[in-house]
Design a protein around this ligand. Structure first.
Ligand code: FUC
Length: 810
């Protein structure tokens, strides 16, 4: 071999070695070289009921425990401001006279209490007594099996901790092992920020406590608005939720050593920690103190049952249960040359604009992981932080914010094949429709139907918030969430084709939401139907006289949401072949809606008049509801409105909070602008420093924390869900008749494959594409049906039988 050839061969060999030794980035493992110091670095597990947040420290491993049914307070007294509705005529009169200042002031008279707060259950701490120099530390979460692991070495001995939270067994398991016989030495203690009692009895570490009687949102300061008498009254009623956590250790060979507050193992080689939790929450309308569940008994039962099973059996059942949901969808975006780095470094590298397709897939998969892990409790949807909250006063009470956040949590439920995870929200809406009847009557003087406003909590509170006149109408006074939420009922039906659900559960709730709006809407000076008073989530206008306010009439967002609610209720009544008279009423009302307006800047007008915004770059874009999540604005059906929506997005710019980015990516996808959607997806994945971290050049703003949690900032889970939903929206869009393939495919995703994405009409789609062109399509029908597939400029009609899978000819 001549020297030139030798050199060439050497270089080829070097490259081959480089690429085979440095594997590509994972699409399902988050991993780090160090323990978490901040919450936004921790790794989370959950079975849709029990949540665990793992820090993975060597000497002290902190694990926060959460149960989504542990909230402050008790069942809401919906009749809290029985005469509030009497203020409506004066507000409407002020608005008729264009006296916006007065209207804004009077609108506060239609306010009630603020929501209760999601409470942290407790913290488990594993303290290690093995001292020495730590090497080869690794902490990971594998979202393909929902198992987290910590491994490290001390003086040549390898220690492993494996954690999972099982849904079938309602238990958290931590397995500790050491590579050297008898090298495990650790102790466990429990603590809580809540009032609690800790004891060790019969080798079980038990913590029993109660949730706070009442909490005010963190931004107000605890209890700031309650008078002494109100406090006394609340305490005497004592309707708070009880909780229990139980911990037990099984060790193969070590000695179990207990104190009166701790459990421990000495000189063991393998140990299993079992953690079981429960609360007395027994439904939104039951007093959890008096008519609560027996939390002690429930926790004890799960513990006993898990103790009777082998580790392997528990683990196998956990993986099988989790994968039943997770494995339904598979996404591949083709070749990547990104190196295998820890997730925090990987995000930093990606923020520099580097390619990492598998990180884009990981974020999508992680969104699905989070929904499976946080949304499996009927009546208790995933809240602002999913189920993972360490704070006593969490941001915005970690409640249900219904002018975007709660709904955004569920945008990925149907299209990414997690319909079952939608049920906690759907059953929660049913609860809202109960308290909401009182709210409709007492706050708005409407005797038919139900209403819900900006915030809610586990008690299905529906009143407008604001602490009875103390807070800003721009967010407090907004009775429209019934319209938005009822579209989730329709979405569940149209994806699942479950007519029984629609008939027995869904339709009556949709009808109730529509009835409220028929009663609430009024006629404007042109004879059109509008809302009055109206606000546009949480933005403010500048009136011609310079007044900056929120209260006005006929806001675009209200009309867009009510339009969707009416249109979907009409469709549902047609499918069920019922309520023809009511349907006609809705049709007549729809024909009289104040129409969309295009403003002087070419934007889709947010306000009834073409007024300036106080903040033109405001994070909310509710006036675009009809484009997404609604579907009455589309580039084909309403091209002018689609162009105006685009203009609105241009004016707002791309720099915004996490959830708002999540929403905008979906909006760009619906405008079929894949490259813009992708640009914003990259920006959603932009590295953000943990909240408490002090750095010279802090990286803040909307984006992604090292543990892949969405940064509003602070942490809010909605951006994770909105971002994951948008990936599906870029690949498949559908209505009842048409399925559009790769409608917003960015140039960066030239080649790829996706399977398991759901389309309206009860279909599941698999697509393989190359050079941005569809190469192979498979369509599966759950119940049989027809659809038109649209791709590559072609329309193709398909008819499938129930359970049939068809490979479509290209
Ligand atoms: C809405 C948003 C805020 C935040 C809060 C929880 O009020 O405007 O940005 O997400 O909900």
């Amino acid at each position: 071999m001549n020297s030139k050839l030798m050199k060439k061969t050497f270089i080829i060999l070097l490259f081959t070695f480089y690429y085979t030794s440095i594997s590509a980035q994972s699409t399902h493992v988050l991993w780090y070289n160090q323990p978490a110091e901040f919450f936004e670095e921790s790794l989370v597990l959950g079975n849709g009921k029990m949540g665990a947040t793992i820090y993975g420290g060597v000497n002290s491993d902190k694990i926060y425990l959460n149960d989504p049914t542990l909230w402050s307070g008790g069942p809401v007294n919906a009749n809290m401001n029985p005469e509030a509705y009497k203020n409506l005529p004066a507000i409407r009169e002020a608005l008729k006279n264009e006296n916006y200042k007065l209207a804004d002031e009077l609108n506060k008279k239609i306010e009630g209490k603020n929501s209760e707060s999601y409470a942290p259950l407790g913290t488990l701490e594993i303290t290690n007594s093995n001292k020495g120099k730590v090497s080869n530390y690794r902490r990971e979460l594998d979202i393909s099996n929902a198992i987290s692991k910590v491994t490290y070495e001390i003086d040549g001995v390898k220690f492993t901790r494996e954690y999972f939270v099982s849904a079938p067994d309602q238990i958290m398991i931590i397995k500790l092992t050491s590579s050297q016989k008898g090298a495990l030495n650790f102790e466990i203690n429990s603590s809580s920020l809540l009032k609690s009692n800790i004891e060790v009895k019969d080798n079980v570490l038990a913590m029993n406590g109660t949730a706070p009687v009442h909490e005010n949102p963190g931004y107000i300061g605890t209890n700031a608005y309650l008078s002494n008498e109100q406090w006394k009254d609340l305490k005497e009623k004592g309707s708070t939720t009880r909780f229990t956590s139980l911990v037990k250790i099984k060790s193969v060979d070590g000695t179990i050593i207990n104190t009166n507050k701790t459990l421990g193992v000495k000189n063991g080689t393998e140990a299993l920690i079992y953690v079981s939790i429960a609360t007395s929450f027994n439904g939104f309308d039951k007093n959890p103190a008096i008519s609560g569940l027996n939390n002690k008994e429930i926790a004890a039962k799960s513990l006993k049952s898990a103790l009777s099973k082998s580790f392997d059996k528990l683990k196998t059942a956990h993986i099988a249960d989790y994968q039943k949901f997770f494995n339904r969808v598979n996404l591949d975006l083709g070749k990547t040359t990104a190196p295998d780095l820890p997730t925090d470094e990987r995000l930093l590298r990606y923020a520099e604009g580097k390619e990492d397709k598998n990180l884009e897939i990981l974020y999508f998969n992680f969104g699905r992981y989070l929904l499976i892990s946080s949304s499996r409790t009927i009546g208790v949807p995933a809240n602002l932080q999913g189920i993972w909250n360490p704070h006593l006063n969490p941001p915005w009470s970690s409640n249900y914010t219904m002018n975007i956040n709660l709904e955004e949590n569920y945008w990925l439920a149907e299209n990414t094949n997690l319909s079952e995870m939608h049920l906690p929200l759907l059953s929660f809406i049913k609860n809202l429709s109960v308290t909401g009847k009182v709210t409709a009557k007492t706050f708005y003087g409407v005797n038919e139907g139900w209403a819900a406003a900006h915030n809610s909590d586990i008690w299905a509170m529906t009143n407008p918030v604001g602490q009875f006149g103390k807070e800003d109408p721009s967010w407090a006074c907004w009775p429209i969430s019934g319209a938005w939420l009822s579209t989730h009922i329709w979405e569940h039906y149209v994806f699942s084709q479950d007519k029984n659900y629609l008939k027995n559960e869904g339709y009556p709730i949709m009808k109730g939401a529509s009835q409220f709006f028929l009663g609430y809407m009024v006629v404007d000076k042109n004879g059109n139907l509008i809302t009055s008073p109206s606000t546009s989530p949480e933005n403010k206008y500048i009136a011609p006289d310079g007044f900056i306010g929120a209260t006005m009439y006929g806001g675009t967002a209200d009309l867009a949401m009510i339009r969707e609610c009416f249109e979907k209720t009409i469709k549902a009544s047609e499918i069920l072949n019922i309520d023809a008279d009511f349907r006609a009423k809705l049709q007549t009302a729809l024909s009289k809606f104040h129409p969309y307006q295009i403003g002087k800047k070419g934007n889709l007008q947010e306000w009834y008049f073409d007024w300036e915004d106080q903040d033109p770059k405001h994070r909310h874009q509710s006036q675009l509801f009809g484009l997404f999540p609604g579907d009455h604005i589309t580039p084909l059906k309403t091209p002018d409105l689609a162009i105006a929506s685009r203009k609105t997005l241009e004016i707002k710019g791309d720099e915004t909070t996490g959830w708002s980015k999540g929403w905008r990516i979906n909006l760009w996808a619906r405008l079929w602008d894949g490259n813009r959607a992708y640009k914003m997806y990259r920006e959603l994945l932009r590295y953000v420093d943990p909240d408490g971290k002090k750095t010279e050049k802090p990286r803040r703003g909307g984006g992604t924390y090292p543990n892949l949690f969405d940064a509003h900032p602070p942490f809010q889970i909605d951006g994770n869900f909105g971002g994951a939903a948008a990936v599906a929206e870029m690949l498949v869009q559908s209505n009842e008749n048409e399925i559009r393939l790769l409608p917003a495919l960015p140039d960066a995703w030239e080649d790829g494959h996706v399977s398991g994405i759901c389309a309206r009409g009860g279909f599941e789609i698999a697509i393989t594409w190359a050079n941005k062109k569809v190469e192979k399509v498979t369509i599966f029908s759950k119940l049989g049906g027809k659809a038109t597939l649209i791709f590559g400029g072609k329309n193709q009609n398909v008819t499938l039988k129930k359970g049939e899978k068809l490979e479509v000819k290209i």
